[in-house]
Design a protein around this ligand. Structure first.
Ligand SMILES: Nc1ncnc2c1ncn2[C@@H]1O[C@H](COP(=O)(O)OP(=O)(O)O)[C@@H](O)[C@H]1O
Ligand SMILES: [Mg+2]
Length: 438
């Protein structure tokens, strides 16, 4: 991942946080209490992440070099850097107001307005950087500039840019997500980790699809798709609504007929195999729209995911899922229908994991989720990836999916039009224009 993508990802996170604050402001206007724990966590994140981490990266590297290379950048950068300098004071003032509102000294309507004024400036700032500054940088910085910037950003031992600092920020962000009201966040407090999966040999081809076609009546929804996933890889299949992503996954797992082409999995031709047998081989899917069974308990939903598995391993596997998603443990006996959207998505992923997948298929896991939770779901996928899981991730949210994918395919009306590494596709102008709009 290069520096520009890191900055863009920071922007997406900030954008989601801003939208979340707007959402909570509306709730407050309608009478919800001012939750100071949530706001303080969000402001801690902005304070520590943006003011001490994100802005220095921009000021010290990107903006400094851009001033040297582009005369037209000066005015815009002056304004942005003024906002960077004033950021901490504005935030401190807002924090004091929110705490006063929580203590009943400022009205809900007034604090909602203050919050929106703050996020409006924040969003405008991000928009200017994305729409003006980053394109300018792409056009005017020279190779040695990029080398310098990338070197600073990718130095993992650096106290500001390095892994340790980043882990701290992820922790902070997670805290914000946990504390956010259930309509936009997790509405829970705990956090867990997954036991590492055994190390696997990478690079072996796990899945090879060649010339896959599939039709609805006379309409051909897939027009000859070829795609490959190697062991341990995360592959993203991105495309607009109606491109054929879900049809592809359904054909792959055998619930939708394939009219031409072949599927090989772990070296075996499974083109004609029944879907439950494919699942037994380890092709497990978290379906579009989550599709949890509302009246059944969370625990029973998880058990359903293990119906192809030997009984004696189910309880142990369920405990592993609970370690990963503690919120599901807290609510294990409740009907799944009582969970929030984000929690249901965790359940759908957990249910797929109960089948002990050797290829995990995820159909739009971020769809319909509150913006703050989108990040959380992608963090879960990143975590699974880091444990060695092989993942085929289908998403309309191209930026987030490609950012964590090793490789990606762009699907347009049933045809793969582009393929490359995740980073190549994110940098591709065609992809940026069509899918990465902010
Ligand atoms: N059950 C269906 N019957 C008829 N056409 C369908 C059906 N499901 C999907 N399609 C059509 O197939 C195409 C691909 O749909 P889909 O695979 O759901 O796309 P995506 O998941 O990328 O949004 C679309 O044109 C859609 O209208
Ligand atoms: Mg779909």
């Amino acid at each position: 991942m290069d520096a520009l993508n890191i900055i863009s990802q920071d922007h997406s996170n900030m954008w989601r946080l801003a939208i979340t604050i707007d959402h909570v402001a509306t709730d407050i206007e309608q009478g919800a209490p001012v939750e100071s724990a949530f706001f303080n966590a969000a402001f801690d994140y902005i304070d520590q992440f943006v003011d001490r981490f994100h802005h220095p990266k921009e000021d010290d590297y990107l903006f400094r070099l851009l001033r040297l290379r582009s005369a037209e950048a000066a005015d815009i950068l002056d304004q942005l850097q003024l906002e960077h300098r004033e950021g901490p004071d504005n935030l401190a003032a807002l924090r004091a107001r929110v705490n006063a509102a929580a203590a009943g000294q400022v009205s809900g309507a007034q604090i909602a307005t203050d919050l929106r004024n703050y996020t409006a400036i924040l969003k405008n700032h991000i928009r200017t950087e994305e729409k003006t500054v980053l394109p300018l940088a792409r056009n005017s910085l020279i190779a040695s500039d990029w080398a310098e910037i990338n070197q600073a950003f990718l130095d993992n031992s650096d106290p500001v840019f390095g892994e340790k600092a980043q882990a701290e920020f992820r922790q902070l962000y997670h805290r914000v997500v946990s504390l956010a009201p259930e309509s936009v966040g997790l509405g829970g407090h705990s956090e867990g980790t997954l036991q590492p999966l055994p190390e696997r040999t990478k690079n072996e081809v796990q899945l090879r699809v060649e010339g896959m076609e599939s039709c609805y009546g006379r309409i051909k929804a897939l027009k000859g798709i070829s795609l490959e996933v190697r062991r341990g890889e995360t592959v993203a299949l991105v495309g607009a609504n109606g491109a054929g992503k879900t049809t592809f996954l359904r054909t792959l797992s055998g619930v939708q007929p394939m009219s031409a082409g072949s599927i090989h999995f772990k070296g075996q031709d499974i083109s004609k195999m029944r879907s439950d047998k494919r699942m037994r081989l380890g092709i497990c899917q978290s379906p579009e729209g989550r599709q949890v069974f509302g009246p059944l308990s969370i625990e029973d939903n998880l058990r359903l995911g293990a119906y192809t598995q030997p009984r004696d391993q189910v309880d142990g596997d369920m405990e592993k899922i609970f370690t990963m998603f503690p919120i599901l443990k807290e609510k294990r006996a409740l009907p799944a229908g009582t969970l929030s959207g984000g929690q249901q998505q965790m359940l759908a992923i957990g249910r797929a994991l109960m089948g002990r997948p050797s290829l995990l298929l995820l159909d739009e896991p971020s769809m319909g989720l509150a913006p703050l939770l989108v990040e959380e779901v992608f963090n879960v996928i990143k975590m699974l990836k880091s444990k060695g899981m092989t993942i085929l991730l289908v998403e309309q949210n191209a930026f987030a999916a490609l950012a964590i994918a090793d490789r990606g395919y762009v699907l347009e009306t049933g045809t793969v039009t582009l393929t490359g590494t995740g980073q190549e596709l994110i940098s591709n102008e065609q992809v940026r224009a069509a899918y990465l709009g902010m």
